[in-house]
Design a binder for this molecule. Structure first.
Ligand code: ADP
Length: 539
């Protein structure tokens, strides 16, 4: 080998903010807060506050490699911690406050977090859990001095800590392979598992996600992440936005339709992203009020399959382009995005829309995809043959935090647990999660495909399909419907709607009306539904 002669300067998260503060100093960050007025800041001002934050954390004893945890919403204070903690060479552990108490305690103890910074909303939670936390020594409330409450944990006040410091900080050089951000998957089975992103993974992921083949960012974009910063870093948007000089709008916890609409219009939001449930609420708000979505041009939706009807409404009623994305905590989290290609566009607008709305994404540089059949062969790229989706790349997991062995195989392939197809256009379609697929008489029925059709039925708000044990067929589909408020809709209506749109043997054996439970990350909680309806078809 002849060594390359370019600079070996490591990829570091703090350099993203340094860049934005230099090249886009005046670009705004606008943040809602808990019980405090909206704050308007800028990348320049955020750099200075992040320097102060780093100094304050050092005084609290935070050293390289230490874990610093947050229970926090999408705010500018959380944004500062996204940079200050990795900038110190320490690890930011973002904890999902919607998990059960035992899971939160498990995560904080497993991560051995020494400092816990939390929003005021979570004071009762933190007070309740504090006696069980084995490593946390310092509690800090992410509040202004006027809104502060120390509570039973004697929490320090974040703004007071920042105010006590001077601007300026000499950031250490951190190895690009050092751990930077630690996110736990919600652990629908077993204990939550920690995914430890390196600086290198986060920076490469942030650079790639802004590309035209993905989110297509420019400095004219105003980005509002509506996925939570505590769940896989809000899809990396707090890193990708500053790289591209985009104005950043942070909605705190207020993700209801009216609150989002207020910010979208007043701040000129052009780009947003979140799970389908957020956009169901948002579209309902627009429909009820007759309002328009301001300058909103692109919405990325993922975490669960995008209902086709949702994408269509966004386009036809409001001129907003929906981009479906697929990813998981284990892929930092963006895997693929469904964006147009000339080959698809040549087929006409209808075909293009259909591909983009019903496929989870297409091959992107930086994440390789493979679909492997039950026989262990690579599935043909025919858009039909499904198999286990495997991924590989510089922002794909190798091993869980403190795990005994690698979860990627010897060639680097990580089995996602999803079932998918790939087509000749390079588009990937998830047909199910391995554990959700319905096995009926030796054939597979895709719960996602059925849900997608059912949710387009007038009056249906959420459609969930599960496999219920069946005496003859092993499993048969049960369709659980949560109707829109006030909608008069019957099982016969739903079945009549499905009939011309699906193959006959997919027809659900039962249609029930119920509230659909959601997980801590906004996905349909099929485990709960399977348990609830396990005897429905067996009597
Ligand atoms: P959690 O299970 O903790 O919510 P993740 O957020 O990591 O964890 O979830 C990742 C999973 O979400 C994927 O493996 C896949 O099953 C599902 N998923 C993500 N995006 C999509 C999508 N666009 N369509 C269907 N499923 C998706």
């Amino acid at each position: 080998m002849i060594p390359g002669l370019m600079q070996p300067r490591p990829l570091q998260i703090i350099d993203i903010l340094k860049f934005a503060a230099t090249a886009h100093a005046g670009v705004e960050i606008v943040s809602r807060l808990v019980d405090e007025p909206i704050v308007r800041s800028s990348y320049g001002a955020e750099m200075a506050r992040t320097e102060r934050c780093a100094k304050a954390l050092q005084k609290l004893g935070v050293r390289s490699g230490d874990r610093v945890a947050t229970l926090a919403w999408n705010t500018h204070r959380h944004f500062e911690l996204f940079y200050a903690v990795p900038g110190l060479g320490a690890v930011l552990n973002t904890v999902n406050p919607r998990l059960f108490d035992e899971q939160i305690v498990y995560i904080l103890n497993h991560a051995e977090a020494r400092v816990l910074l939390f929003d005021k909303t979570f004071l009762p939670l933190v007070e309740r859990l504090a006696p069980q936390l084995t490593h946390v020594r310092t509690f800090v409330m992410l509040s202004g001095e006027g809104a502060h409450a120390a509570g039973a944990v004697g929490a320090l006040c974040y703004e007071a800590l920042i105010a006590a410091e001077q601007d300026g900080f000499v950031w250490p050089t951190v190895d690009e392979n050092a751990g930077a951000v630690l996110c736990y998957t919600s652990g629908t089975t077993g204990d939550p598992k920690g995914v430890l992103y390196s600086h290198r993974a986060v920076v490469l992921h942030a650079m790639a996600s802004g590309l035209a083949s993905a989110f297509g960012f420019s400095a004219f974009d105003v980005v509002m992440p509506c996925s939570s910063m505590f769940h896989a870093t809000a899809w990396g948007l707090p890193f990708a936005a500053p790289i591209n000089g985009c104005k950043l709008v942070l909605p705190c916890e207020k993700m209801d339709g009216a609150s989002l609409q207020e910010l979208i219009v007043s701040e000129g939001v052009t780009f947003s992203g979140g799970v389908p449930t957020i956009w169901t609420m948002y579209l309902a708000h627009l429909q009820q009020t007759g309002q328009r979505p301001g300058k909103l041009a692109r919405v990325v939706i993922g975490g669960s399959a995008v209902p086709r009807a949702m994408a269509e409404t966004f386009k036809t009623a409001y001129g907003v382009q929906v981009l479906q994305i697929w990813g998981m905590t284990e892929t930092t989290p963006l895997g693929v995005v469904a964006t147009a290609t000339p080959a698809l566009a040549a087929l006409g607008e209808d075909k293009l829309d259909d591909a983009i709305w019903t496929r989870q994404g297409r091959l992107q540089f930086g994440i390789e995809l493979r679909v492997v059949t039950d026989e262990g062969e690579d599935a043909p790229r025919d858009g039909e043959t499904s198999g286990a989706l495997m991924v590989r790349g510089p922002w794909t997991i190798q091993r869980y935090f403190r795990g005994a062995k690698d979860v990627a195989d010897a060639d680097g392939w990580f089995d996602t647990g999803d079932i998918a197809t790939l087509d000749s256009f390079g588009f990937m379609r998830i047909t199910d999660r391995k554990k959700d697929v319905i096995k009926s008489g030796g054939e597979w029925i895709s719960s996602i495909d059925l849900e997608n059709v059912a949710v387009a039925c007038p009056g249906v708000k959420i459609a969930a399909v599960i496999g219920a044990p069946h005496p003859k067929w092993e499993e048969r589909p049960v369709l659980v419907i949560e109707p829109h408020e006030g909608a008069a809709i019957t099982a016969e209506d739903v079945l009549a709607f499905l009939q011309p749109r699906i193959v006959k043997w997919w027809t659900p054996d039962a249609v029930v009306f119920d509230t659909v439970p959601l997980t801590a990350t906004g996905k349909i909680d099929k485990k709960v539904l399977r348990e609830r309806y396990k005897a429905l078809l067996t009597g």
